[in-house]
Write a protein that binds this ligand. Structure first.
Ligand code: HEM
Length: 169
């Protein structure tokens, strides 16, 4: 037999390989250095692309649009979202725990009026932000797999919460 190279087999529940997990966690070391600044940058970009979604954030009003960059509540909110993302990255090798947390996030965000398209859009903006932060270190394949998994889980949580609501109408 020649060299025996261990294959990096995707997890059957998440589709992630150990290389995906290793790569995004290495990138996260760069991202976590400045969570408040990056969290603000994320939501400023998000709202500038989708100004009509400002109503999804109850602490903002349309008149705040021109001064988002100077809005401490938006910075605080962006920090919370990125912190949660960092927590989710620690669960990538515990699929049942991860999936439970994603469904929970879907359910709490359904109560806040969020829909799947709001998460698809934030996936795009997270990806753009992380490319900018990590530069050549950015692992395209790993982040695509991880962010798609996270958004799919949250969207499933939104759907389950909607179906549960429909039962009691
Ligand atoms: C993957 C993306 C996101 C993650 C991981 C996330 C996570 C969180 C977490 C951890 C909290 C606070 C704890 C809680 O009550 O659940 C929260 C609150 C909240 N999130 Fe998200 N979120 C995400 C995306 C969004 C988006 C795109 C919006 C709206 C545009 C949004 C709107 C809210 C609102 C309105 C709150 C309550 C804030 C408050 O009452 O001050 N979230 N989110």
């Amino acid at each position: 037999m020649g060299n025996c190279v261990a294959r990096d087999i995707p997890d059957p529940q998440t589709g992630l390989t150990s290389n995906h997990i290793k790569a995004v966690r290495a990138n996260w070391k760069l991202i976590e250095k400045r969570l408040p600044e990056y969290g603000l940058e994320l939501f400023v970009a998000y709202l500038n692309k989708h100004p009509d979604w400002i109503g999804l954030l109850p602490f903002l009003k349309p008149a705040d649009m021109p001064r988002l960059q100077q809005t401490p509540r938006l910075k605080a909110h962006g920090t919370i979202v990125l912190k949660k993302l960092g927590e989710l990255l620690t669960m990538l090798d515990s699929p049942p725990k991860l999936i439970g947390e994603l469904l929970k996030q879907g359910s709490t965000h359904r109560a806040r009026g969020l829909a799947p398209e709001n998460f698809q859009a934030i996936q795009h903006d997270l990806n753009e932000l992380f490319v900018k932060i990590c530069g050549p270190e950015f692992d395209i394949e790993g982040w695509d797999a991880v962010l798609t998994l996270i958004m799919t889980g949250i969207e499933e949580g939104l759907r389950q919460a909607r179906d549960k609501d429909a039962k009691y109408l």
